[in-house]
Each structure stands twice: as structure tokens, then as C-alpha cells.
Design a protein around this ligand. Structure first.
Ligand code: SF4
Length: 446
């Protein structure tokens, strides 16, 4: 088995994907080569997710699979949020893990490998320095972005200071640390120069960007500077906005720059003020109504994505009905729904998990069915229109891409007749609509 080869599995969210890519950059800079199958790698790395129950189970499952195929001349490193949160417990649950590396110290991957090489280690190597380091302080000149074709996630901050009662992220990542503005601008330039057409800004809470850098309205300032530095970028997409922090200045910059997509991902989690109060989330639902109305007026065709949690402790049928009515009223383009996952150590722990699984499941289905009908109606309204589509692949005689309404991996797709050039943004005449996806034909370029 060739030395200095690695096989990395990245689980969880786009922010974890960026950490995985940064670890890969450090390894390649040190002469390692990425391989496509675990049996051909000296170093096996699983960058885990530890956010909620189902994600933890998936991470443990993948670690078990890796441990099962691992040979004595290989090493298995568990990295990421699961290890940051549960440390050695992961190694106890998965015999065969040689190294434990927390998400806050992804940049120490080479250190861990070198220490493991110096083995043997009777016990798994435990690398979770307890100083409250978060990203942004020690990035070792890695590009904090993850590129997939003509699209790239660009991380602008990490960690979170919000008090959401159900969420373990602050436990795992620590408080918000914004990355230096000029570093982000430089990376945007490098991505543009590398042929990236779409930059997707990510953080746990993008609307909190810059508060720790002394910036008021930091996300709007970042976007204004991006428009100065990379005015020729095709698309800039904003993910993970926090309710209460979408300012008039942000709306203004979005509405006056065609490169900034009329798209906003703003997880709301619920719509009943009492449920939101128990979640320790902003409970001024009228702010949501007013702000989204303002955004829709400023950006006709604005696509809004949100996320809701059903089955939160204490959620009555009346509270759930309020959520359903709100979804009917607001007609979001995209809705992600989660069933409440009990998370020890979070502020919601004392509330327990009283809602029965079957009730959670029923509410999940009712909300998804309600949204599916709305999504189909909205999609049908695009039939006959022409949308710019970023072509990302070809499958079964159709080109596959995304419009401004579709963030990667979580929203819909556009299927276009013919084999179109991958990486191009092309006008497409929409000819058909499904619940989440659209179909179309190439439109004559004007
Ligand atoms: S905003 Fe709330 S839900 Fe999102 S990462 Fe922060 S604490 Fe968690």
C-alpha cells in the first residue's frame, strides 16, 4: 500500500465540507495523495457530524465500516463535530479508531498522523486541545472554501453565539468567530480566477458576520466589498441568515446587484410565538412577515428557503396548526423539516422529549405534504418563463443544472434537453414543473 495516501469521507453540512477540503489541502501540501478507495489509502479520515441523532448514527456507521476494512498498516482518524462533542466515547464505541481529532483543530491533522506514525499507541490518540480555539485563528493559509464544479462554498465565519435551546452547535464549535474581511475577499478573487461562477456564503449564522470584528451590518459590508472585488462573478448566494438580522442595508445591496441572487436561506424553526419562546428563538413572527414582504417587494421572484422543527417539547396541536397556517400564508419556495432531536447538554435538555415519535412523524408528513403542494404551484408558475441555469452535469440524455432558486444538494434541479456545456450558465425556457424540480429546453441566447 503506497505511503502518504489518504481517503477522506466528509459528512454533515457544507461547513464541514469546507473543513474536509482544508484538511485535504494541508495533506496534499505535505505530499499526500488522495485516493478513491479506502483499501488503497494509508490514512483513513472520517470528518464526522454530531449535530443531531440521525447524523450521529450515520457518522458512527461510517466509522464502523472503515474500522471493519482497516488493515494493520493503515490508520483511522475520526475528526469533526462528533469527536469534538463526545471525544473518547467515539473510540470506545468504534474499536479500531486510532486517532480522535476535534472540529476546532482540523488544522492539526498532520500533527495527529505524525504522532500516530511514531506509534504504537495502545490507546487511541486523543487530540482535542481544550483551549477555546475556533477557526479563523489558525487556518495555515488554506483556502476556506469547497469547490464543486463551477460552484464553491466560501466559509465566512464559524461557531455561533445564538441561544437556540435545541442546538448543540455552540457546544461543539464555540462562539462565532468571523474570518478577516480581506482574507475572504482574496479567496473570492482566487475562486473567480479559478473559474468559479457561483460563490455560496456559509457560516452557522451569516447575518452575524463581523460583529466580532467591530463591523455593524457586517454581511452587507462584505457583500458591498465583494461587488467591488469580484464584480464579474456570476452568482453570489447567501445561506443561513438569522431572523431579526436581515437589515434594510442587506436588502438594498441584494436588490441593487444582479450578481447577488434573489435567494435567501433563513431557518425560522417554527411560527408560533410560544413555541419559539421555548426554543429561545426570535418570536416576533410579524417581523418575519414584514421583512419577507419588504424583500419580495424589493426583489420580485425572490426565492426563500426556510427550515422548521416539528415535535418540539410542548408543541400542541394548536401550535402546530399555527405553523401549517403560516406555511400556507407565506408560501416559501423551499422548506426543510426536522423532527425534534433530544440533545443532552443543550438548554432544551430539561424539557426532555415528551412528544411521541408517531406524532412527530405525522406532523412531519403533514407539513411536508402541505409544502409540496405549494412548491408545485410555485414551480408551475415558472412554466413558459426563461431562467438562467448553471449546468452541472448530463444524465440519461438530459443536462442537469440549478437556477437561482436552487442551492446545491438541498433544493431542486432543472433538467434540460440536450447536452449542454457543464459549468456554463445558460438561458433555459421552462416547459414543465414537478414538486421540486423543473424541466426545460435551451432558450435562444438574447
Ligand atoms: S443559529 Fe441557533 S440553530 Fe443555528 S447554529 Fe446557532 S444556535 Fe444553532
Amino acid at each position: 500500500m503506497p505511503k502518504k495516501t489518504f481517503y477522506l469521507v466528509s459528512l454533515g453540512c457544507a461547513k464541514n465540507t469546507v473543513d474536509s477540503d482544508s484538511m485535504a489541502q494541508l495533506l496534499q501540501r505535505d505530499g499526500y495523495r488522495a485516493v478513491r478507495s479506502p483499501e488503497r489509502a494509508e490514512v483513513l479520515i472520517v470528518n464526522t457530524c454530531g449535530f443531531i441523532g440521525p447524523a450521529r448514527e450515520e457518522s458512527l456507521e461510517v466509522l464502523h465500516q472503515m474500522a471493519a476494512v482497516k488493515r494493520p498498516d493503515q490508520m483511522l482518524i475520526a475528526a469533526g463535530c462528533l469527536t469534538q462533542r463526545y471525544g473518547m466515547e467515539v473510540a470506545r464505541q468504534v474499536p479500531g479508531v486510532d486517532g480522535i481529532l476535534g472540529t476546532r483543530r482540523w488544522m492539526d491533522i498532520l500533527q495527529v498522523i505524525r504522532r500516530l506514525r511514531r506509534g504504537p499507541h495502545p490507546e487511541p490518540l486523543y487530540h482535542l486541545p481544550d483551549e477555546a480555539v475556533t477557526v479563523g485563528m489558525d487556518e495555515q493559509e488554506t483556502l476556506r472554501a469547497s469547490v464543486a464544479g463551477a460552484s464553491a462554498y466560501l466559509k465566512i465565519a464559524d461557531g455561533c453565539r445564538r441561544p437556540c435551546a435545541f442546538c448543540a452547535i455552540p457546544l461543539i464549535k464555540g462562539t462565532t468567530v468571523s474570518r478577516p474581511l480581506n482574507t475572504i475577499l482574496d479567496e473570492a478573487r482566487r475562486l473567480r480566477d479559478a473559474g468559479v461562477r457561483e460563490i455560496i456564503l456559509i457560516a452557522q449564522d451569516t447575518t452575524d458576520y463581523g460583529h466580532d470584528l467591530g463591523l455593524q451590518d457586517g454581511l452587507a459590508i462584505l457583500l458591498e466589498r465583494l461587488m467591488d472585488v469580484v464584480p464579474d462573478i456570476d452568482w453570489v448566494r447567501i445561506m443561513y441568515a438569522f431572523p431579526g438580522y436581515v437589515t434594510d442595508r442587506l436588502i438594498e445591496i441584494m436588490a441593487t446587484h444582479s450578481q447577488i441572487l434573489p435567494y435567501l436561506d433563513i431557518p425560522l424553526q417554527h411560527a408560533h410565538p410560544e413555541t419559539l419562546k421555548r426554543m429561545r428563538r426570535p418570536s416576533n413572527v410579524d417581523w418575519v412577515r414584514r421583512t419577507l414582504a419588504k424583500m419580495r417587494a424589493a426583489m420580485p421572484g425572490l426565492a426563500i428557503r426556510t427550515t422548521f422543527i416539528v415535535g418540539y417539547p410542548g408543541e400542541t396541536e394548536e401550535e402546530f396548526q399555527t405553523l401549517l397556517d403560516f406555511v400556507d400564508e407565506m408560501r416559501f419556495d423551499r422548506v426543510g423539516t426536522f423532527q425534534f432531536s433530544f440533545e443532552a447538554g443543550t438548554p432544551s435538555e430539561p424539557l426532555g422529549d415528551p412528544i411521541l415519535p408517531e406524532i412527530k412523524e405525522t406532523r412531519y408528513q403533514r407539513l411536508m405534504e402541505r409544502q409540496q403542494a405549494i412548491s408545485l404551484q410555485i414551480n408551475q408558475s415558472f412554466v413558459g418563463q426563461t431562467l438562467d441555469v448553471l449546468i452541472e452535469g448530463y444524465n440519461n440524455g438530459l443536462s442537469v443544472g440549478r437556477s437561482y432558486r436552487d442551492a446545491p444538494e438541498i433544493d431542486g434541479l432543472v433538467f434540460v434537453e440536450g447536452r449542454l456545456e457543464v459549468g456554463r450558465i445558460l438561458p433555459v425556457k421552462i416547459t414543465g414543473a414537478m414538486a421540486y424540480d423543473l424541466t426545460g429546453v435551451p432558450a435562444l441566447e438574447s
